[in-house]
Ligand binder design. Structure first.
Ligand code: ZN
Length: 225
């Protein structure tokens, strides 16, 4: 009995310790029922661009958050997409640049665009009033990487603000030689596995995929603030 109690308190101590090691953002995600995608599939790789200074605001807005969280339904789809990809090419895996994103970060992005007229800001970032689908834990930004975790060349970097990033302009960009056939092949592979797994793509960013439409995600899950 005494041994059991000691074991119980030891377990309690270590689990409390693990909790305190988890950053505030991560604790918030866990409390909202989101899941760490790498716990479902360790072959998924994660490099949260907003947790580095290599992003369009040139600032680490995520602090100690290093892991990608999604609603369980979205995470399952992502695992499926990664499996489909590895069936096509076992040397490839999905590399996640962003997943669940609190609305507080969307507000930071929105305010950084204050030099633009209100109706133009939405060309670059989501209006926090409406929210980005990332704010509900139902969107993911990602690319394909090879066995050395090097991203395939998609023709632009992540968060590139320009026409070459837009799937709706791919044919035109190819014609104008601003994208190569290899860029399009790489993008088509990403689209194929993501769409087969149940995501939808958008017309303006090759890296962004939704697991659920915005209105449905908002009604079902609500904002992660
Ligand atoms: Zn996105």
């Amino acid at each position: 009995m005494r041994f059991c109690l000691t074991l119980y308190f030891l377990l309690l101590f270590f689990s409390a310790n693990a909790q305190t090691k988890m950053g505030k953002l991560e604790q918030k995600f866990v409390a909202r029922g989101l899941v760490d995608v790498q716990k479902l599939d360790p072959t998924l790789q994660v490099e949260l661009k907003y947790s580095t200074t290599d992003n369009f605001v040139k600032e680490d807005v995520y602090g100690d958050l290093e892991r990608a969280y999604l609603q369980p339904m979205a995470a399952q789809k992502l695992v499926k997409a990664n499996q489909l990809l590895q069936k096509i090419n076992p040397n490839y895996h999905l590399l996640i640049y962003d997943a669940a994103r609190p609305r507080s970060v969307t507000i930071i992005f929105w305010n950084r665009m204050s030099h633009l007229p209100y109706n133009r800001r939405e060309d670059f970032v989501a209006d926090p009033k409406q929210g980005s689908i990332h704010n509900f834990g139902c969107a993911v930004d990602l690319t394909i990487a090879n066995q050395n975790n090097e991203p395939l060349d998609m023709g632009t970097i992540f968060d590139f603000f320009g026409q070459q990033a837009e799937p709706r302009r791919e044919a035109q960009m190819r014609k104008e030689r601003r994208l190569t056939e290899q860029h399009l092949t790489n993008r088509r592979l990403l689209r194929k596995v993501m769409i087969e797994a149940g995501f939808t793509s958008i017309q303006t960013e090759w890296w962004h995929y939704n697991a659920m439409p915005r209105a449905k995600a908002k009604a079902k899950y609500g904002f992660i603030e």
